[in-house]
Design a protein around this ligand. Structure first.
Ligand SMILES: C[S@@+](CC[C@H](N)C(=O)[O-])C[C@H]1O[C@@H](n2cnc3c(N)ncnc32)[C@H](O)[C@@H]1O
Length: 274
């Protein structure tokens, strides 16, 4: 929910309905245009083969949210430059990294050349996963795809379809409480000004009215409801606390706001074993 005006010549912001196809079109355009800047701004934080879940710096190496990954077939949804998948490959897993943006995947490919760690890369929309039923043991994402699709219930059903019975789905998104606040790391970001219950998407658009950036809000209840409808059991909901020694900001994430309320929600889910 940040303001991205300049890059794609957005002229305005609105909370308004936008359908699934227009959302994907805007995301592909936005992430292609932003890929180099995203990497320049966050590449050092994210690393080349590291698995950081969120700006609060929770690492998979310490959190073990995916369990024992050695030998597991793992799908990363909305992988960006795929640093998490490369870390998983070094831990003995068999990851596949998927993203809708060719620009983000270009960075994944250049990291492969730099690190010598190769993972299969797939360009696709997460609402239509190009994989056979039950072809993965685990799926996950750190802030990829989920908030950017109009039909996240469909995305949940797709993830459930490609997981085997008993498979795990773990995903990090911006904590839904953040949607009530202005998107600002400073004092202005403590002002609650938008209804938590307003589900209309956040849209930036250009002079022709074409959306240039889109995010979709789901309340906590909405999200749990769509997970349960897709067949998942929610095993944990992690709200990482801001570490006392972390001074770095990431967009609207800051030490000041992090000390007061959560910025990230990590949903830990699983399918029934049979
Ligand atoms: C905030 S970035 C996160 C990337 C990476 N997980 C990271 O931690 O840096 C969001 C990613 O989601 C991807 N994305 C957005 N909409 C998507 C969709 N419909 N299907 C697949 N990926 C999508 C974007 O291209 C982008 O790479």
């Amino acid at each position: 929910m940040t303001e991205h005006h300049a890059k794609l010549e957005a002229v305005g912001i609105a909370r308004r309905y936008i359908d699934a196809a227009a959302s994907v079109r805007a995301s592909r355009r936005w992430w292609d245009a932003d890929a180099d800047d995203y990497q320049a701004a966050h590449g050092a934080f994210l690393g080349a083969a590291d698995f950081v879940w969120c700006p609060e710096r929770l690492r998979e190496a310490e959190a073990h949210l995916l369990g024992d990954v050695a030998g597991q077939r793992i799908l990363e949804v909305g992988c960006g430059a795929a640093m998490c998948s490369r870390w998983l490959a070094t831990a003995g897993a068999r990851p596949v990294a998927l993203d809708v943006s060719a620009g983000m995947l270009r960075h994944a490919r250049s990291f492969e050349a730099a690190t010598g760690i190769t993972v299969p890369l797939v360009q696709a929309d997460a609402e239509f996963l190009p994989f056979a039923t039950a072809s993965f043991d685990i799926a996950f994402t750190a802030f990829g795809a989920v908030p950017f699709v109009a039909d996240s219930a469909r995305l949940m059903r797709e993830v459930a379809r490609v997981l085997r019975p008993g498979g795990q789905w773990v995903f990090a998104v911006t904590h839904p409480i953040r949607w009530i606040f202005r998107d600002d790391p400073g004092l202005a970001g403590l002002i609650a000004e938008t209804s938590y219950f307003d589900r209309s998407p956040y849209v930036e658009f250009d002079a022709t009215g074409e959306p240039t950036y889109v995010e979709h809000h789901r309340t906590l209840g909405d999200r749990i409801r769509e997970l349960v409808a897709a067949g998942f059991r929610l095993e944990d909901l992690i709200e990482p606390e801001w570490p006392a020694d972390l001074t770095d900001e990431w967009g609207q994430w800051s030490p000041m706001r992090g000390a007061i309320f959560p910025g990230t929600a990590i949903y830990v889910c699983a399918l029934p074993a049979v």
